[in-house]
Design a protein around this ligand. Structure first.
Ligand code: FAD
Ligand code: NAI
Length: 466
């Protein structure tokens, strides 16, 4: 049967693209090589990591914060197998949801590894050496990304793990060494620290969270250190000796120098992710990749080969589920003749630790580098009523707005609800609002969102509660 669209990969980019295209009246098929739909995000990414972050946070609160609120519980005992079951059930519910949505939208699903045989032809390896060929008007590559590896260090997913192994450790390691102070290192490092591991993070650069607003990153590092995570910045791991009972990692300064040995029971390698295009037939089809092996697309997500498009982690831009989803919607709308579009200036970024970190738009460093005159308004959660009463006063909201027009360029938040608060300011940036627009919007009391309003007032030097 001929399709209007075949999407290869059913992560947040692929499955959302397929649904939107079906809504627009197209005949759509998806191809997925893994047992379940949902890609990295639902199976081994966003969803399982958030389940463990939630459960481990409550575990820590039960041990430390409950008593102060008059909730008497005996010292919490960890049942790690049950916590993993809690996580797995959450994943299961989500991947089944995608299955349901495919059926609801009459999307055909082909199981097996997809390969582009030619424009308009996708070959699916359906097992036992058999192939099925699907004919289609358009192909969307949504094959996502894979773990980046360190040369000379083998990831066995038992003691030396990637995020996938770190989401399923059978026991809490006494000492966890994390390579890379990025989002995965800090989220999963937090999970295992809360459950009892001694966590040390080795980072190549002289700062954590590259790309994040510098002031936020510095404050976040202080908070993490207070919680017990150790950081070794400007350092690199050059090898891991796994012969003995404990792992012995060689660490040396990033620019070279005297090596040291760090012992650990598990090592998490979290140095980024790389686009996944293995066996997709891109070279044969003539699809161009950039120097980082990402599929190159134009403003309409079309590759250099007519009829072949790409979205999500496999193309340039932040490797985020919601970015992949929005590109999925955009390309489906473009294929249907509409004006699909993604505003890359308004893509929020959240780190789901405690407190959370969230940001959208430009950082101070970016504004300075671009020579843009801006005003910054800051408001700390220590002055927010709800945060005070909940005793979640760590952090602040920072709003950066144009010095003349007051248009909001960027918002950076560290605080308990940062991931939720970023929604309102993302909308502000999307619609081109000014800080004054946020300041004059009525915010419910008592909520942490009042800190956003106060930061907007602070842009003009008139916060009320500070
Ligand atoms: P993917 O989700 O990677 O999906 C690609 C799919 O394509 C997979 O199912 C794969 O099996 C399939 N596939 C690949 N090749 C073929 C082929 N040849 N034939 C058939 N199928 C194929 N992002 C957030 O926004 N928020 C978070 O909280 C967050 N947490 C994360 C936590 C972790 C531990 C990790 C690793 C990532 C996290 N991310 C998070 C990033 C997020 O998971 C990705 O940005 C997102 O999944 C990208 O979506 P995608 O559709 O491009 O690709
Ligand atoms: P990352 O790019 O966020 O961080 C990698 C870190 O490793 C960087 O700080 C980098 O400087 C460092 N590094 C690189 N090579 C190194 C080396 N040899 N030695 C020591 N440090 C080294 O990548 P991460 O954490 O692996 O996450 C991958 C992607 O997944 C991210 O791009 C992120 O967008 C996505 N993700 C998103 C989440 C969220 O939105 N909450 C959660 C988890 C992942």
């Amino acid at each position: 049967m001929a399709y209007d669209l075949v999407v290869i990969g059913t992560g947040p980019g692929g499955y959302v693209c397929a649904i939107r295209a079906a809504q627009l009246g197209m005949k759509v098929a998806v191809v997925e090589k893994d047992k379940t739909f949902g890609g990295t995000c639902l199976n081994v990414g966003c969803i399982p990591s958030k389940a463990l972050l939630y459960a481990s946070h409550l575990f820590e609160d039960a041990g430390h914060a409950f008593a102060g609120m008059g909730i008497g519980v005996s010292k919490p005992k960890l049942d790690l197998a049950q916590m993993m079951k809690f996580k797995d059930e959450g994943v299961d519910g989500n991947v089944k949801g995608v299955d349901f949505l495919f059926r609801k939208n009459k999307i055909d699903a082909f199981r097996g590894k997809g390969r582009i045989a030619a424009p308009g032809k996708v070959e699916v390896a359906t097992g036992n050496g058999k192939n099925e060929t699907i004919e289609t008007k358009a192909i969307v590559i949504a094959t996502g990304s894979d773990v980046a590896r360190l040369s000379g260090i083998e990831i066995d997913e038992k003691r030396v793990v990637s995020s996938t192994g770190a989401l399923a450790l059978p026991k809490v390691p006494e000492r966890l060494l994390v390579v890379g102070a990025g989002v995965i290192g800090l989220e999963l490092g937090s999970v295992w620290r809360r459950l009892g591991a001694k966590v040390e993070v080795v980072e190549f650069l002289d700062r954590i969270l590259p790309g994040m607003d510098g002031e936020i990153a510095r404050q976040f590092q202080r908070v993490q250190e207070k919680q017990g995570i150790k950081f070794r910045l400007g350092a690199k791991i050059t090898g891991i000796d796994g012969k003995g009972k404990t792992l012995k990692a060689s660490v040396e300064p990033a620019n070279g120098g005297k090596a040291e040995t760090l012992e650990a029971d598990a090592v998490l390698v979290a140095i980024g992710r790389v686009p996944y295009t293995d066996g997709l037939g891109l070279a044969e089809a003539g699809v161009a990749l950039d120097n980082r092996k990402r599929v190159v697309v134009d403003a309409h997500y079309q590759t250099n080969v007519a009829g072949i498009f790409a979205i999500g982690d496999v193309i340039a831009g932040p490797m985020l589920a919601h970015k992949a989803e929005d590109e999925g919607v955009a390309v489906a709308e473009i294929l249907a003749g509409h004006a699909g579009h993604v505003n890359y200036d308004a893509i929020p970024n959240v780190i789901y630790t405690f407190p959370e970190v969230a940001s959208v738009g430009k950082t101070e460093e970016e504004l300075k580098a671009a020579g843009i005159q801006y005003r910054a308004g800051k408001f700390p959660f220590t002055a927010n009523g709800r945060a005070k009463v909940n005793r979640t006063t760590e952090g602040f909201v920072k709003i950066l707005a144009d010095a003349e027009t007051d248009r909001v360029y960027g918002v950076h938040i560290i605080g308990a609800d940062a991931g939720t608060l970023i929604g309102e300011v993302t909308l502000a940036i999307e619609i081109g609002a000014s800080a004054e627009d946020i300041a004059r919007t009525c915010h419910a009391h008592p909520t942490t969102s009042e800190a956003v309003k106060e930061a907007a007032l602070a842009v003009d030097g008139r916060p009320i509660h500070m």
